[in-house]
Design a protein around this ligand. Sequence first.
Ligand code: PMP
Ligand code: GLN
Length: 385
Amino acid sequence: MSSQKLSISSKLPNVKTTIFTSIGQLATKYNAINLSQGFPNFNPDSVLLDMVTKAMHNGYNQYAPMAGDMNLRQTISSKINAISKKYYNPESEITITAGATQAIFTTITAFVSPGDEVIVIKPAYDSYEPSIIANGGIPVPVNLSPKTYRIDWGKFQNKITTKTKMVIINTPHNPTGTVLTKEDMLMLEKILLDTNIIVLSDEVYEHLVYDGQSHESVAKYKGLASRSIICSSFGKTFHITGWKIGYCVGPKELMNEFRKTHQFNVFSINHPTQIALAEYLKNPNNYSSLSSFYQKKRDFFIQELQGSKFKILPCKGTYFQLLDYSNITQEKDISFAENLIKKYKIASIPISVFNENNRDDKVLRFCFAKTQETLEKATKILKSI
Ligand code: PMP
Ligand code: GLN
């Protein structure tokens, strides 16, 4: 009997394996220094590791509450109140998630219906658009100004239609390192006034802001906080990207809808890390010096590249440095990134994958969340190119 071939109509026909996986695999194959995917190559604080071990021995090995451990939610609430002067009720306005990726996917699934438009600032982190499309939504790109990577608010406003359901912003911004200013936030607040548009604010790099700038959370702006879900991640703040734990906050009406999806998407997040983070997060010293810690790494990376053929683009936040290589070659960024791995044993992320229509600006992204030794080796290689 011949078997019938299954016909699959893909919900994501244009989506391939993410660049983080494909470049990561190539980096491993060629034993390259890996500055591609964004993660630290050093361990988190051993105090935090001990707290997780303790939580496991103390019996926190079964399901956590659906919205997350209450103690952790209370600590998050106090932290946001102290920093942004905005109170979120831990009972009804904060949910612990399996990293920001799940928070983002769940937010989009909870609010975006087929035919809804979602404004996405490009270049954009690569999970936004597939999440929109899988829900039948339509991503509407707004390009950052080339090379300066600022938002042109006039262009942004022109993209708003009666179908716009959501706007996704990301500050500090991956991959460009741009940080939105107070003026940006006030513009956004003004543009959205009297609309029914929800804001998804991706603030995973909230504690990685440099040169004396401050992180402008939507929580600080009344007209934005009332329409926003903020997604954040402990992965970035505590050097624990592999734990996949984050959270989202938003007004009760939005959080209520979020949780309707969340409870069937993941139900609850691993329990012992929540217990540990509740304790660890209580001490502001555990995150308040993160910006200066990473600014030193950024400064070292930039300083060592002086005199190289790469052009260094501004990085005001995140742990990514963009380098323009147009003085070296006109090769496409994906192929140049692959060649750097094969010939020079150094891995980076080509920016075209985040751009509208994969526009190629001859720019690569390098993650500097690495040990001094790795940064020394990496910059030496880059200087030799
Ligand atoms: N948003 C941005 C902008 C990111 O760079 C990342 C990177 N991981 C995420 C979301 C996802 O965070 P998580 O690892 O907590 O899922
Ligand atoms: N956020 C990280 C980056 O941009 C990694 C995300 C991922 O691997 N999906 O590099």
